[in-house]
Write a protein that binds this ligand. Structure first.
Ligand SMILES: O=C(O)CCC(=O)C(=O)O
Length: 270
């Protein structure tokens, strides 16, 4: 599994921007991967995994469905993870010597979905800690500024992690939320927000600590997004004192240990 590359995918400016801003847009690189990823996406919608979740309930309208940790059973996702330039680009962006796959994630907002994705960081939900992290958001449909994922530039350098919460109730994710700060008022504050315009084939790449969120989807197009979360050299397991998302039950690691390669294979080496 995995591959080694000497090709350079990112410019020095892009690598600097990833370190400074915690997010970059990568244009056009994944064009040939969109059809297979759409096929894999539809396969998950037909046969959701154990983590599949509907985020719109009652009379809110539309559909916001997500699922994750399916790559081992979805051949198109496995192939993307093992053979696309995704892992290599994550390695260049994070300055890592090697990249492991953490998991993949799909999200669909059907037309007429009012439900926004609240501002959040991903890292506090995860059983890992570290700075050399990279998450893709790869749209499988044309995206406008009206329904794009938005990121708060530089938020990966905030001194504390933001309190994770349950999106349905805003209750704290963990019983002990003392390590965290509250989310600042992003929409009312003075923050630099990137709202990318993306075509299928483009990707937004961001650090697990970068604050991001999205409006609903009031356009007439579906808004399917495929993500993979990659981990680099400094990433270690952390016990957050309660179930994380994804949960990875039975992982058998102690805080500070490297993520086990049988569950999270190395998919790229410099
Ligand atoms: O697609 C969305 O609305 C949210 C995506 C997201 O939060 C993520 O990929 O971490």
């Amino acid at each position: 599994m995995g591959h080694t590359t000497t090709t350079t995918w990112l410019t020095q400016d892009q690598r600097d921007a990833y370190a400074r801003d915690g997010a970059i847009v990568v244009k056009g690189v994944f064009k040939d991967w969109i059809e297979p990823l759409r096929a894999g996406f539809e396969r998950v919608l037909r046969e959701p995994g154990e983590h599949g979740r509907e985020n719109v309930t009652g009379n809110d309208g539309g559909r916001f469905f997500e699922d994750y940790c399916n790559w081992q059973r979805i051949p198109e996702f496995r192939h993307w993870i093992e053979a696309s330039p995704g892992a290599a680009i994550a390695g260049e962006a994070t300055g890592s010597r090697q990249i492991q796959v953490f998991h993949e994630h799909i999200l669909v907002k059907e037309p007429g979905t009012a439900k926004p994705t609240p501002w959040h960081q991903d890292l506090p939900y995860y059983c890992v800690d570290g700075d050399q992290t990279a998450s893709y958001w790869i749209p499988l449909d044309p995206i406008t500024q009206e329904n794009a994922l938005r990121v708060v530039l530089g938020s990966h350098r905030w001194p504390k992690l933001v309190r994770p919460s349950k999106w349905s109730t805003n209750a704290s994710w963990y019983q002990d939320d003392s390590p965290f700060m509250d989310m600042p008022d992003i929409d009312g504050g003075d923050f630099e927000i990137l709202i990318p315009e993306l075509e299928p084939g483009d990707a937004l790449l961001f650090n697990f600590k970068t604050v991001h969120g999205a409006p609903g989807n009031q356009t007439s197009n579906r808004r399917r997004a495929f993500s993979t979360r990659f981990i680099g050299d400094d990433v270690r397991y952390v016990d957050r004192g309660g179930p994380t998302s994804p949960p990875f039950d039975g992982i058998g690691l102690q805080t500070g240990e490297r993520m086990r390669e049988d569950w999270f294979p190395v998919v790229w080496r410099r």
